[in-house]
Design a protein around this ligand. Structure first.
Ligand SMILES: C[S@@+](CC[C@H](N)C(=O)[O-])C[C@H]1O[C@@H](n2cnc3c(N)ncnc32)[C@H](O)[C@@H]1O
Length: 363
């Protein structure tokens, strides 16, 4: 088997099991981040069992170790949309009661150190695999910067249980470049842990209805169906199974769902992924959840969820999105967890999550 090597891969990776077993991860629940009114109504959500959805405001390495150590349960579908090694930092413009300012949403520069980037992903993917249930699917969203390298890593970790390379073709984003074709797609690499993974066929309407031979199963063999005169029978097919090229637009500021968070993915993309790889009641996770698109898709489609992001603006947006959802559709109850630090205490003291702030993507 082909294995990708980079500096210190083996040395650092050997410590991963120790990291889970030896570490104490002290996560605490943040009470009423948005104020008592919302928490109370969320407590009366539609979940009848004892499960509560979980949002972590922290580095996902600690969260993954914590979930593994706590044996929190096997996850049926994991989607991650990590930094792409794009070489950019993502800045947002904030407008709040104090005025307008710029702030860093998240970094994706890595001081040009590709080894460090690969190691970061390798560690997380190694832990993610352990959290994935036997019938689960992992979706890893990347683009041309690193997807070909990460595919090799996933082949190694998942012992070649490659399912699909979904091409998300976003036809509405302008991409310039002198001697290149405009780049208009991302890659979503799909892997499973066994052959027994959940896979729900999704069908879409055909541009033009098609006449097809009707087939029938005769003792396990598919044969052309015939009428009583021995003539083959045709049927008109108006839809088809979706393939691995998904034509879904990029989020646009004019959209009702637009949050201003950089690299927010389209809700249609996440809803399709959740529908394809899970069933109602299944547990979904996103450990780089940004504006929370995956969590909202899970909520809408009646799945349970775990989300994680280390950025306070991401958590702010998710809490507000869930609040709006709660008002419209009665969301399930959730808790917000973090490992408390002085810096986070300061953020909470100012009532940051309850404050109304306007976030606009600058890049
Ligand atoms: C590409 S964005 C995700 C966008 C998201 N899919 C959406 O639809 O909004 C990547 C996110 O990963 C988060 N992130 C990066 N490194 C992380 C880490 N080590 N732990 C937790 N979150 C991280 C960033 O803060 C950022 O919000």
């Amino acid at each position: 088997m082909v294995r990708l090597e980079w500096e210190n891969k083996e040395k650092i990776s050997e410590n991963l099991e120790n990291l889970i077993n030896n570490s104490e991860y002290k996560f605490e629940k943040i009470k009423d981040p948005l104020g008592i009114r919302i928490s109370e109504s969320l407590n009366q959500g539609k979940n009848s069992d004892s499960w509560r959805n979980k949002l972590f405001w922290d580095d996902n390495l600690s969260v993954l170790c914590y979930l593994l150590k706590k044996n929190i349960g096997q996850i049926d579908l994991i989607y991650i949309d990590p930094p792409f090694f794009s070489g950019s930092d993502y800045i947002i413009k904030i407008e709040d009661s104090k005025g307008s300012s710029d702030s860093l949403a998240y970094k994706d520069r890595w001081s040009n150190n590709f080894d460090a980037y690969l190691q970061m992903l390798y560690e997380r993917l190694f832990l993610i695999k352990q959290l994935l249930s036997n019938r689960g699917l992992l979706f890893v969203h990347l683009d041309w910067h690193a997807s070909h390298y990460v595919k090799t890593i996933l082949d190694e970790l998942f012992e070649n249980r490659f399912v699909n390379n979904i091409v998300w073709y976003y036809y509405n984003k302008y991409s310039s470049g002198k001697k290149i074709l405009p780049r208009a797609h991302d890659d979503i690499l799909v892997y499973s842990k066994s052959d027994n993974y959940t896979f729900n066929e999704i069908r879409e309407p055909r541009k033009r209805p098609r006449k097809q031979l009707k087939r029938t199963n005769v003792n396990g063999v598919l044969k052309n169906a015939k009428d009583k005169n021995g003539k083959v029978i045709y049927r008109v097919v108006k839809d088809k199974k979706i393939d691995d090229v998904w034509k879904i637009p990029c989020m646009q500021p004019a959209s009702k769902e637009w949050t201003g968070y950089p690299t927010q993915k389209h809700h249609e993309l996440l809803e399709r992924i959740v529908k394809l790889g899970s069933n109602e009641g299944d547990l979904i996770a996103d450990f780089f959840c940004g504006s929370g698109t995956t969590l909202l898709a899970a909520e809408k489609l009646n799945r349970r969820w775990i989300g994680c992001d280390n950025n306070k603006y991401s958590i702010h947006i998710i809490l507000k999105r869930l609040d709006t959802f709660q008002k419209d559709l009665n969301a399930h109850p959730y808790d917000l967890f973090t490992r408390m630090t002085q810096e986070k205490k300061e953020v909470l003291k100012t009532g940051f999550f309850a404050e109304e702030i306007l976030i606009k993507s600058k890049k």
